[in-house]
Design a protein around this ligand. Structure first.
Ligand code: SAM
Ligand code: FES
Length: 343
């Protein structure tokens, strides 16, 4: 085994210089993916956990320069799902074998704390054996606590980039990296299982930025890490920027698996969007989670955060069938399970 990979495999860490070497070459990729898959199989076997994603609103008060549903994209067709629609998505998901529901949206003040508490407690009541994951963006510690108290278990909030200079290039002045990071620590303190992460190949990203991301994750110690390639959306200020690469995303998935052996690591829809076999390649590189869409088909295409997003036309049942085939062809197995982190 290559010395660097051997060290990463045994010690789950490398120096900054060593990380630069491994991130900036594609020569080690094959061995890196094999080692990541080995460690993943030692802990999780061939299991792949599925999370049913419900994208319940694409209204957003923020204006991230990379995101297709940013406030200033006047061409976005906006929608909101009612509590009943969300509960129906969960019901259908449950019958298909989903035991985790992920409620994601833009930062939409319409869903105030009272409404979110009502939605979360109803899901908790209907599905006591399921995990409820929220991904609603930045909120106060009090709001996070209130959702936790009525049954939410997990929260996904990518830090996006751990570098203050890079963060400023991706977000307007009104947004703050410090606050985003504080939210993550607040969520952990409350008792949530926390997921963070970043986009790979976002505009102006350097290898040093990626190392800062890895170091931040080592500090945070999240249960889940979501990474996917940045993909250009034509109605954003970054319409002329290039999308990120599949190859670098796969390399980072393997590095993350080796650095955080127990972590829950999704092969993201963004990866599947840039490459026909992207999610399968992600699994082979160390990922162990898939997040198919449970949103009603008539709104799917409007949760348009980047161009050419896949899986916007299929019913949830079709998605599950398609994924089952893909996962077993790649040598893994989808399980009916909440898919908690193995610690
Ligand atoms: N509003 C919530 C938040 O801020 O965490 C959740 C919704 S937001 C659309 C979910 C994630 O989409 C972001 O954390 C970001 O990493 C990702 N995303 C946004 N625009 C993207 C793009 N153009 N390419 C790839 N991923 C993107
Ligand atoms: Fe708010 Fe993308 S700018 S979800």
């Amino acid at each position: 085994m290559n010395n660097l990979i051997n060290k990463l495999y045994n010690e789950h860490n490398l120096s900054d210089d060593e990380l630069i070497q491994i991130i900036e070459t594609n020569e080690l990729d094959n061995e890196l993916h094999i080692s990541a898959d080995k460690i993943r199989r030692e802990i999780y076997g061939d299991k792949v956990f599925i999370r049913g994603l419900i994208e319940f609103s694409n209204y957003c008060k923020n204006n991230c320069y990379y995101c297709g549903i940013r406030r200033d994209n006047k061409k976005a067709v906006r929608y909101r799902l009612s509590k009943e629609q969300i509960l129906n998505c969960c019901k259908e998901g449950y019958s298909l074998g989903f035991r985790t529901f992920v409620l994601q949206s833009g930062e939409d003040p319409y869903y105030n704390d009272d409404l979110m508490i009502d939605i979360v407690s109803s899901i908790r009541h209907n599905h006591p054996d399921c995990a409820i994951t929220l991904s609603l963006g930045e909120k106060t510690k009090e709001s996070y606590k209130a959702f936790f108290d009525v049954g939410a278990n997990r929260y996904l909030l990518r830090h996006e980039t751990a570098s203050p200079e890079h963060y400023r290039k991706l977000h307007p002045e009104s947004m703050s990296l410090e606050n985003r990071k504080q939210c993550l620590f607040n969520l952990k303190e409350i008792g949530y299982q926390v997921g963070s992460g970043f986009m790979v190949g976002s505009p102006f990203q350097t290898t040093e930025n990626l190392i800062e991301d890895l170091r931040f994750l080592q500090k945070l110690k999240p249960d889940m890490i979501g990474i996917g390639p940045y993909i250009t959306h034509e109605e954003t200020p970054f319409s002329n920027q290039k999308s990120g690469s599949v190859e670098l995303t796969l390399r980072l998935l393997s590095i993350l698996r080796l650095m955080f052996p127990y972590v829950l690591l999704p092969a993201t829809t963004a990866l599947g969007t840039l490459h026909k076999q992207g999610r399968e390649l992600g699994l082979k590189a160390g990922a162990n989670v898939l997040m198919p869409n449970l949103s009603p088909v008539n709104v799917r295409k409007f949760y348009d955060i980047y161009d050419n997003k896949i899986c916007t036309g299929e019913e949830a049942a079709q998605c599950k069938g398609c994924l089952e085939k893909r996962v077993s062809a790649a040598g893994y197995r989808i399980v009916v399970d909440r898919g908690d982190v193995e610690k």
